[in-house]
Design a protein around this ligand. Sequence first.
Ligand code: FE2
Length: 198
Amino acid sequence: MPDHDRAVHATASMEQRVDAIQAALDERGMKATEAVEELSQLAQETWVPQNGARVVAKAWVDPAFRGRLLANGRAAVEELGLTMPKHHRHLVVLENTPRVQNVICCTLCSCTAFTIIGLPPDWYKDLEYRSRVVRESRTVLKEMGLDLPSDVEIRVWDTTADTRYMVLPEQPPETVGWAEERLAGIVTRDSLIGVARL
Ligand SMILES: [Fe+2]
């Protein structure tokens, strides 16, 4: 292809295109750069899995809270000062037991209860995870380092725009009696998604 044709068909990189759109919005007074900075800060400092970890620790030490959390997740996390966007209408908390492992995914895209469990990791958004975790959950979990005994039932939950999930992992027996704050420190993001046990 002659050089001039190549130039005509060349496409700017994703980064250049994003910058151009941002600049165009800024020029029109729509404050895109400000919004992007605000969102990045929220993602890094406010929407973190430590929120979900606090919820889990509270549920472990307070049976009444645990009951409220399982009945209405959204209302229960608000008791701890945590909020969810309006369109996350329901927070369904899935309780693991020795015989049941709950796992969450979003087969369509990447939905999570991100204000509670943090923004989804890259693998959660991969087509591979989204499709395979439904069809061959046990194998996928094993590949991710969670080799479950055959008598553990795996329940996979597909997130939608208005129903978000959080897994309530089992409390490791050796941590019974620990203070809430110390308990929160052992709860990982992956355990809130259900691809790891504690
Ligand atoms: Fe989604």
